[in-house]
Design a protein around this ligand. Structure first.
Ligand SMILES: [Zn+2]
Length: 385
């Protein structure tokens, strides 16, 4: 797991005096008492808290050192529990590990510590894109995690230029209407000019509905195309069902068309769209299967060439696309794949599944948020403080 974990520090004395009354905001305050506080922490057993008094409203309050709250546990100890959980232990295993190190923790307190940390990750939901990021190139992808034995679809959006995860949301389905409802507010908030996705039909509809040009992840298309070519080639070599002959085509022509398709998709030269159209035209007259019939070889070739011809502009868009500031993209959806691999699937792997949908979303967001902070070197310190 590629996370920097920096645990909250714990100081034994208050080093920063309050400036105003926590109740009324008055500045007429003074330190009233120093009080010892027993603390459950990995290093410190006791710290000095202070009681302050307000002359204006007459009330008192406690001020704690850095890393200490009114809770019995320090933020460092709570942070250790969250860290062990994020590194892959179950709630119960975290409780056991901490207990063995002399810090008794119940399974439910580990759970609450993790959920509390996750709840403080404010961004990463669609209504509130992290840090008000703006980007012309928005990437979206879907993944799923098991919650109570069922697959829960998660939508992940990423700034394709920086690789930052922008949002993670639980979705009710993977249909175009649901995806549109999910992507629309994110696209508006970041000011997207381009949508990068895989080649699923539902994403195509979303891009069209939003009026955004689309780039489909090239690796995915290349893989799919090569798999189809490999599957169709043996039949094209012999024209077993006679459907090529019926169109006046030879097996050599069909094999050459398939090989050329593989080369075109591999090179992705924007100027070669016409060649795909030519290939499609050769098979355009192939008849579709009647009821109960299987599709003929010629008809399957027709569909393959038609589909790639239609897809072509979305496959090669990255070659010419420039953002308003001259930004460029590489035509992959690696940003999303990385976000999903590192922050959602990686944590999910050692578990049998989440028990609550919100927990699945919260933990994924917490991990992705930590990932975003990686370069800044801050992580649990900010989440827990
Ligand atoms: Zn006051």
């Amino acid at each position: 797991m590629r996370l920097h974990m920096i645990l909250p520090n714990v100081e034994t004395e208050v080093t920063q005096a309050p400036r105003a009354c926590r109740w009324c905001g008055s500045q007429h305050i003074y330190r009233w008492q120093q009080v010892a506080k027993r603390l459950r922490d990995t290093r410190v057993e006791q710290v000095q808290a202070q009681r302050w008094f307000c002359r204006t409203c007459g009330r008192t309050w406690r001020v704690y050192p850095v890393g200490v709250t009114q809770a019995q546990r320090s933020q460092r100890l709570a942070g250790t529990a969250v860290m062990l959980y994020l590194l892959g232990l179950s709630y119960g295993a975290v409780a056991l590990a901490l207990g063995a190190m002399g810090h008794p923790f119940s399974k439910s307190s580990v759970y609450y510590a993790v959920q509390a940390a996750a709840a403080r990750v404010l961004g990463l939901r669609r209504a509130q894109v992290v840090g008000g990021v703006r980007t012309p190139a928005l990437a979206g992808d879907l993944t799923s995690v098991r919650v109570k034995g069922k697959w829960l679809p998660l939508g992940v959006s990423v700034d394709d230029l920086s690789g930052q995860v922008l949002t993670i949301d639980a979705l009710t389905g993977e249909d175009a209407a649901t995806l549109k409802e999910w992507i629309t507010p994110v696209a508006e908030q970041v000011g997207a000019r381009l949508l990068i996705t895989d080649d699923a039909d539902s994403f195509k509809q979303v891009a069209a509905a939003l009026g955004l040009p689309q780039q489909v992840g090239k690796a995915h298309v290349v893989r799919n195309t090569n798999a189809l070519i490999t599957a169709l080639r043996p039949a094209a070599l012999v024209d077993a069902d006679g459907s090529l002959c019926a169109l006046g085509l030879t097996t050599e022509q069909a094999v050459a068309d398939l090989e050329r398709l593989g080369a075109l998709v591999g090179e992705r030269d924007p100027g070669q769209e016409g060649e795909l159209e030519e290939s499609y035209r050769r098979y355009a007259a192939a008849r579709g299967p009647g009821k109960g019939e299987t599709a003929s070889l010629a008809y399957r070739l027709r569909n393959l060439f038609l589909d790639r011809w239609n897809l072509w502009p979305r496959l090669v868009r990255y070659r010419t696309w420039r953002g308003p500031g001259g930004e460029t993209i590489d035509g992959t959806n690696n940003g999303c794949e990385r976000g999903i691999g590192w922050w959602i699937k990686e944590r999910y792997r050692p578990m049998r599944g989440y028990k609550r949908e919100q927990s699945a979303v919260n933990v994924s967001r917490l991990l992705a948020w930590c990932g975003n902070q990686l370069e800044a070197g801050a992580c649990l310190l900010e989440v827990l403080a």
